[in-house]
Design a binder for this molecule. Structure first.
Ligand code: ADP
Length: 417
């Protein structure tokens, strides 16, 4: 086989192997080995620009000369530096005629340099580093073919370095996101805890005062109590989120009537629905349908969805709940013909604090916690929840709940989180 084809094959092999290497250093060493071998050089190095923009530092070299790695090579007094400045490959076959050659590396390593080819590692016009080979064996000159080989390897190095940068950025972004998420979790925990005591006092005293003052200030006190209850609902949601996330929440399974769960939730929003002119309805296939579950948690999930249905449906609309038994599960669909949810938001509405409309412009209260609590409560039972919606047409939230604990265990194996 002719040498040129062999070289091309070696270059292709380097490209293929690089795809399987995750560590930058290993990738660069592979490139250096290929550079020495294919250009028949004594040694090869990759140099990295220092942040000051004045010097280069050896990142890796073959043979592995550790002592070089603390050495700074001035950009304006070295051949690597010339390639860096010109953004072009520089070939020097007789170093004695190159006044720009920095002798520092030779002094430190004890190996004199006779010839050099330095090639910039370019990525989108920016020099990420220099790939350099020294001392072509047999006292031969570096050729145009050597330059092509080095430039090909430098392109591989550019991608490897860039991938490592991106990987590092990704890691930093992930760490930052985790930090922010923890801050959010801590904020929820601290706020809900700190608000609980003063709110309890407001509720206690205002209820006591309402009894005391009789008819005269009833309206004002009712208004205070209503507002305080609303605050309590928000704090309760925050506490539920925190309890589930910190693993404190548990499911206390009892036999519960599905009909009762739905009727209780509908009763809780009846006043609000009437005031808005939204019709409530339900259809339960089997009125004796029972489920083994935590009535409080399932009740909160259903209530949050029905509450949203009423809040996001205009006058004349409806919110309708349908329950049926499907093998091993209760399927509950809560349908409204309200404003619907834009497609782009559908994947996010079950996230904590997510609201479709900006909190500042929207008409409804809430903190974007209702659906995340609903989802967590249903998933604690081994169930699933999802939504189908189109903007302007309405939404259907579907809950699939295992009928009992055994089914929930089986469901864990069926559903992939
Ligand atoms: P919030 O309590 O602030 O409404 P949720 O977690 O309950 O928060 O809901 C998240 C967002 O999903 C809401 O702000 C709303 O934009 C959207 N949404 C939820 N249910 C419906 C619905 N039935 N119709 C239209 N939008 C809805």
């Amino acid at each position: 086989m002719n040498t040129q084809i062999k070289r091309m094959q070696r270059l292709l092999e380097v490209g293929r192997t690089l795809n399987t290497i995750t560590e930058l250093r290993d990738a660069l060493l592979l490139i250096l080995d290929a550079a020495s071998e294919l250009t028949d050089s004594f040694g090869a190095s990759i140099l990295d620009p220092e942040p000051d923009g004045e010097s280069l530092r050896f990142l890796v070299n073959t043979p592995d000369l550790q002592m070089l790695q603390t050495l700074l090579i001035p950009i304006d007094e070295s051949i690597a530096g010339l390639a860096f400045r010109k953004k072009e490959t520089v070939v020097v076959n007789d170093i004695s005629r190159a006044p720009r050659h920095s002798k520092r590396a030779d002094e430190v390593s004890g190996f004199p340099t006779y010839s050099v080819t330095a090639c910039p590692i370019l990525f989108r016009g920016e020099v990420l580093g220099i790939l350099e080979v020294i001392n072509k064996r047999g006292a031969l000159d570096y050729t145009g073919e050597d330059v092509t080989i080095l430039e090909t390897l430098a392109a591989h190095a550019a991608i490897a370095i860039q991938n490592a940068h991106l990987q590092q950025q990704l890691e930093e972004t992930r760490e930052e996101a985790q930090r922010l998420d923890k801050m959010k979790t801590d904020f929820v925990a601290i706020t809900s805890h700190e608000l609980r005591t003063p709110l309890g006092l407001i509720l206690g005293h205002s209820t006591f005062l309402r009894e005391l003052v009789g008819q005269e200030h009833q309206e004002q006190l009712d208004s205070i109590i209503r507002s305080a209850m609303r605050l309590k609902e928000i704090i309760d949601s925050m506490t539920r989120v925190h309890n589930i996330q910190s693993g404190v929440a548990s499911v206390r399974r009892r036999t519960v009537s599905v009909r009762k769960l739905i009727l209780d939730a509908l009763a809780a929003v009846r006043k609000e629905a009437e005031a808005k002119g939204v019709t409530l309805g339900f259809d339960i296939e089997d009125s004796d349908l029972m489920i083994e579950g935590d009535a409080d948690k399932i009740g909160v999930a259903i209530l949050n969805i029905i509450q949203n249905g009423v809040a996001f449906t205009n006058q004349g609309g409806y919110v309708f709940a349908v329950a049926e038994e499907v093998p091993g599960y209760v399927k509950l669909a809560i349908k409204d013909n309200g404003i619907g949810i834009p497609t782009k938001d559908l994947n996010h509405i079950f996230e904590r604090f997510y609201q479709v409309e900006s909190h500042l412009t929207r008409k409804h209260g809430g903190m974007g916690l209702g659906l995340s609590v609903a989802k967590m409560n249903i998933e604690l039972h081994g169930g699933r929840i999802w939504v189908d919606s189109s903007e302007g047409q309405g939404s259907t939230f579907t809950i699939l709940l295992p009928l009992d604990a055994d089914q929930a265990k089986a469901a864990d194996k069926v559903f992939i989180s």
